[in-house]
Design a protein around this ligand. Sequence first.
Ligand SMILES: NC(=O)c1ccc[n+]([C@@H]2O[C@H](COP(=O)([O-])OP(=O)(O)OC[C@H]3O[C@@H](n4cnc5c(N)ncnc54)[C@H](OP(=O)(O)O)[C@@H]3O)[C@@H](O)[C@H]2O)c1
Length: 166
Amino acid sequence: MNLIVAVTKDYAIGKDGKLLFSLPSDLAYFKQTTMGKVVVFGERTYLSLPKRPLAGRTNIVLSDNPNFSADGAIVVHDIAALFRQIDRFAEDEVFVCGGASIYNLLMPYCKFAYVTTIDKVVPADTYIKDLTKEGFVLHKKGQKQTENGLVFSFDIYENKKIKKLK
Ligand SMILES: NC(=O)c1ccc[n+]([C@@H]2O[C@H](COP(=O)([O-])OP(=O)(O)OC[C@H]3O[C@@H](n4cnc5c(N)ncnc54)[C@H](OP(=O)(O)O)[C@@H]3O)[C@@H](O)[C@H]2O)c1
């Protein structure tokens, strides 16, 4: 599987349960990258989506709450159940889409990380681990772009220490 995330220079991804920035081209990149694939969310991020489930994709939600259900999405309650679900799909078709608890939990099993790197540090309360300390190396550096006053690039990292799905 892969992960897809937008991070600042210090690996911040969210504040007050929301994204840090509004970047239309990042949303378009997310849609284009994940369309037709499997998207895996933590419960909190899933519930924060303005429209759910995400159309045209198989939505899987990881939740600790045994009573949690989500119309149009598959709900799993632990990593073993998640791995059983994604076993039916090709590994490169599955995208981990956050939030932090899900990125940090599943990062070791992800082959590629599609990272929108935003060249800024802002107040935040939700961070992911530094990918480069977790075995990921830069695979492809995107061109710098500017939108809404933010400088960012669509980069791809490859996990050189990937763990096999059990
Ligand atoms: N920048 C980006 O690309 C990006 C992408 C997605 C989300 N975000 C941001 O990330 C923040 C949300 O992240 P978050 O970490 O607070 O929430 P989250 O990862 O979206 O969701 C956490 C939920 O997952 C459940 N969970 C976690 N690990 C589990 C496990 N092993 N088994 C079963 N359930 C499990 C937790 O249950 P319990 O709480 O009951 O333990 C909790 O309900 C928001 O600010 C959001 O905007 C940013």
